[in-house]
Design a protein. Sequence first.
Length: 82
Amino acid sequence: MHRLINIRILDDYKIQLFFENGYNSEVDFEPFFQKGFARELLNKENFNNVSIESAGGLSWENGFDFCPNFLYEIATKVVEHA
């Protein structure tokens, strides 16, 4: 498992993710917030209330979350496609 140990909120719905293995990457989360209750996170105040959950993923107050392995997968794909 690839657990998050730190995050840094950036502009335009981006978050820099820092994993326990030393890997870090900037991910744009806006595409994930286009449907359902995730749309609430297009409000900057709601988006900025993100935290690292006990399992090492991301979660928001409205219950929307990402598991750490999926976060690692999308973070590494960002680099592959850059």
